[in-house]
Structures are given as structure tokens and as C-alpha cells.
Design a protein around this ligand. Structure first.
Ligand code: SF4
Length: 216
């Protein structure tokens, strides 16, 4: 299956209750061969209307942060954990995430990026496979079987809580170091060399006991 075939297969997806309130499925956007992918939580009001992730205020901030590390939206790929807007921008529920997650994993497999940046708690917990709080793991690299994971605060969280802007900017500067290492390493030759994981999964478990999901 190609990425476009996956997108088309989801146009009328009815697998979870989020189908009933959406304007459209927000599949993802960007370079289908991207080395770097960003994964957010789910579509908001504007994303649902326009059919594209990160087009509202949080999207504007994300674009600025990307530019601050020399990335353009055209060269990366952006998707969400759930592809339909939760009503009133509520958090996606565990069963909705579980139902939609295989599509994200398939999307990542087809794009085959070296680095996946998870934005906020939901994307991080989904891709790390653990209920750890984003504040415990942000700005660090984690080696997953097929890619390196780099969790970041969600830009929407930084818009709502001004004190999170500085740590978010700092983490993007850390991301820049990871990207610089990637540039000096042939694509997919050895992702662990390109972005050396600073922490193994077992260390995360030891350092950060499972937590309940909280905002971002
Ligand atoms: S959120 Fe995902 S699983 Fe649920 S209806 Fe939309 S595409 Fe299907």
C-alpha cells in the first residue's frame, strides 16, 4: 500500500465515534519521503475545516519553531495520533487513540522517517508505548525499532501557558543538534548513530513510573 492509498482508504473511516463530529479526516501533510516527521494530538477547529494539521495558532508557532532550526514545513511530514477532530477540542479518549493508532503506525512505516518528533503527551505516549508525562521525557532521544523518537512539548500548551515557551524553544535547539548529527550520517544507515539515544526505554521505566495522561 502507498501513502496515498492509505489516505484514500480513510476518507470515510467510521471505526471510532470521532467520525460523527468531523468535517473531514485530517490525514497528514508534507513530504511523503521526509526524514523528519512531527506527530501531534488531533485536529482542532481550523484543522478540521481545512483538512490539514497544524494550521491554527499552534501551527503558526510550530512553523516559527521549525524555521528557527532551519526546517520548512515542505520538507517534513506532519500528522496526528487521531485523524478526526474530537468534539469541542476535548482530549482524544484511550479507545479512540487505540483505534486510530494503527493508521499512524502504518503512515510512519510508509514514510520511513529517521526521526519522529512527538508533540505533547498523547503522541509521545502512543509512540513510546508508555504513559510517561511529556515533561519527564521532552528534549531527549529514544530509540524505537524503526526510528528515533524526540518528544517535544505541544505548541498549543506553550500558547496556553506562557512559561512553557522557553522550554519549548530550548528543546528545539536540542533538536537542532540531533538534526546536525543526522546530516552527517547517511540516511537510515544507522539511526542510532545519527541521533544517539540518550536514554533507553528501560531507563525511562526506571526513571519515570507510569502516570495518568494529563494535558499535553
Ligand atoms: S479518528 Fe481515526 S479511527 Fe476514528 S474515525 Fe477518524 S480515522 Fe477512523
Amino acid at each position: 500500500m502507498t501513502l496515498d492509498e492509505l489516505r484514500i482508504s480513510l476518507i470515510d473511516c467510521q471505526k471510532c465515534r470521532l467520525a460523527s463530529g468531523r468535517t473531514q479526516v485530517v490525514f497528514g501533510v508534507g513530504n511523503p519521503n521526509a526524514d523528519i516527521m512531527f506527530v501531534g494530538e488531533g485536529p482542532g477547529y481550523y484543522e478540521d475545516k481545512q483538512g490539514e494539521p497544524f494550521v491554527g495558532a499552534a501551527g503558526k508557532l510550530l512553523t516559527e519553531l521549525l524555521e528557527s532550526v532551519g526546517l520548512s514545513r515542505q520538507e517534513i511530514y506532519i500528522a496526528n495520533v487521531v485523524k478526526c477532530r474530537p468534539p469541542n477540542n476535548r482530549d482524544p479518549q484511550p479507545d479512540e487513540i487505540e483505534t486510530c493508532q494503527p493508521f499512524l503506525l502504518q503512515q510512519i512505516k510508509l514514510i520511513n522517517p529517521q526521526l519522529v518528533c512527538s508533540l505533547g503527551n498523547f503522541a509521545t505516549q502512543t509512540l513510546l508505548g508508555q504513559k510517561v508525562g511529556i515533561t519527564k521525557v521532552r528534549g531527549r532521544t529514544f530509540q524505537r525499532p524503526d526510528f528515533t523518537l524526540f518528544p517535544l512539548l505541544h505548541p498549543a500548551a506553550a500558547l496556553h501557558q506562557g512559561n512553557l515557551r522557553t522550554p519549548l524553544k530550548e528543546d528545539f535547539q536540542k533538536l537542532k543538534h540531533v538534526l546536525d548529527k543526522m546530516k552527517n550520517t547517511p540516511a537510515h544507515s544507522n539511526a542510532s548513530d545519527a541521533a544517539k539515544p540518550t536514554t533507553s526505554d528501560s531507563q525511562v521505566e526506571a526513571d519515570t513510573p507510569p502516570q495518568q495522561m494529563d494535558l499535553f
